[in-house]
Structures are given as C-alpha cells and as structure tokens.
Write a protein that binds this ligand. Structure first.
Ligand SMILES: [Zn+2]
Length: 138
C-alpha cells in the first residue's frame, strides 16, 4: 500500500510525463515525417528495446531516463505516423489528422499510405542498418 505522499508523487510524475509527451511526440512527428517507412520500423524496434531495457529508469529515476523518455516519445510518434488511426496512450492521441476530433473513430482517419494495401502478415525479416540514417548530405 502506498502512503498518501507516495500517491501524490506518483501522480505528479505521471502528470509531468503526460505533459512532456504532449509536446515531444508532435515534435518527433515533424522530424520523422519524411523518413522512409522501413527506417521508421527499424527505429521503432530499437526504441522498443530501449524502453524495455531502460524503462525502469524512466519510471523510478536513473541515468538512462532521458534515453528512455526519448525512445517512448519517438516510438509514439512513429506509431502515430505509421498506423491507420494513429495512437492513443494515457488519454493522449496522436495521428496524421490535424485537429482530430474523434480518436476512437478509425474510419475517420486517412490511410497513411494511400493507394497501397497493407502487406500480409509475414515472417520477421532483417531490419535496415540504422547507421546509414540519415543519409549523408550531398
Ligand atoms: Zn486521430
């Protein structure tokens, strides 16, 4: 059982996380908007690993909290950019629809890749080498 002061501290941490994600996720979305989908997939995979291995630092404090936060914010941004209907997490919603009025209405969200059909489920394949992204300036 948590003491009242612990409960208040946990709620404060949650509020800070929510408010910082409210700012950070759209910034990542702008930054990643023109990144090819296969690179976004590779980044999301890397971010999921970072969250899985460093998320405790984000939750309880630690030297890797910043990296875990950035991985969470970037992962949510990638999900918002690549999934039909965007992503909703902790009551916040991000998607490609400006001013989205109904995050739960998947049909109201545009297909993120018009003219293409989602690929059929298949085996996990090797991901591109992230060290090549971003490409060197010409
Ligand atoms: Zn939406």
């Amino acid at each position: 059982m948590t003491r009242p002061s612990e409960t208040a501290a946990i709620e404060t941490q949650r509020m800070v996380l929510i408010e910082t994600l409210r700012l950070a996720v759209p910034l990542h979305m702008v930054e990643l908007d023109d990144v090819p989908a296969e690179h976004l997939l590779a980044m999301a995979t890397r971010d999921a690993t970072a969250i899985g291995s460093q998320g405790d630092d984000l939750q309880f404090g630690g030297r890797r909290a910043e990296a875990a936060f950035n991985a969470l914010a970037r992962g949510l941004a990638i999900a918002a950019l690549t999934t039909w209907g965007g992503v909703t997490w902790q009551g916040l919603h991000w998607c490609r629809t400006p001013g989205c009025a109904d995050p739960d209405d998947v049909d109201a969200h545009p297909q993120p890749y018009p003219g293409s059909t989602p690929p059929p489920p298949g085996p996990i394949r090797d991901l591109p080498d992230l060290s090549a992204w971003p490409p060197p300036a010409a």
